[in-house]
Design a protein around this ligand. Sequence first.
Ligand SMILES: Cc1cc2nc3c(=O)[nH]c(=O)nc-3n(C[C@H](O)[C@H](O)[C@H](O)COP(=O)(O)O)c2cc1C
Length: 219
Amino acid sequence: MGLGVGLPVAVTGAGDRPNDLASVIRGRRSVRAFDAGRAVPRTVIEDAIAAAGWAPSPHGRQPWRFAVVESFSRRAALAEAMAGTWDAQLSLDGQERAIVEARLSKSRQRLHRAPILIVPCLYLSDLDVYPNADRQAAETTMAIQSLGAAIQNLLLSVYAAGLDAGWMCAPLFCPEIVRDALGLGQELIPHALLPIGYAAKDPVRRERRPVAELIVGWD
Ligand SMILES: Cc1cc2nc3c(=O)[nH]c(=O)nc-3n(C[C@H](O)[C@H](O)[C@H](O)COP(=O)(O)O)c2cc1C
């Protein structure tokens, strides 16, 4: 059976997961609720970041860096710093105040309860510089594409180790705020937030489109 066919294989839980490539790819899932009391081994994080580093990148320049946020005080500070942006955006969407408050509280909880957060940052300093804007934009797009590949490697590595991760896009909407909250340099552009830990419960899985729908041409 091809990778894109059907639902993921059954996952038997931490430390007991089939870890052949197809099973890891299909077993990985976005987890949004973690067991706050279960610490994440440092080696899992180091191995996952090393796996990220093996992703393909434009000219092999590896345009990524990763901030690891572990202490509760730092996680809470980051959640607080981003809360203003969340609030403003949800309000702009025209959501009722009570719903905005509930969603803000949920987002804060996600950062409070995940034992470790990784913030993947785009790092453009080593990329080529072009005189024309369109080529420069393509260079940046390539870097962003490769950051996505690096993040996927990281997620698969965490999953294969028996843990789980989520993916939050919030930093994309307030990179300066995240940078300030974490004391990161100007050359780093926070692109995502990956809560990592042991799943508190199994998430509902989304079905995948059949391969026949994905292939739009094959002449
Ligand atoms: C670029 C990107 C941004 C995402 N942002 C969020 C997010 O802000 N919050 C969230 O709960 N999930 C987020 N996700 C996770 C997706 O919702 C999830 O991958 C999708 O529903 C498929 O589920 P799965 O990861 O369990 O296969 C994001 C995923 C990607 C690739």
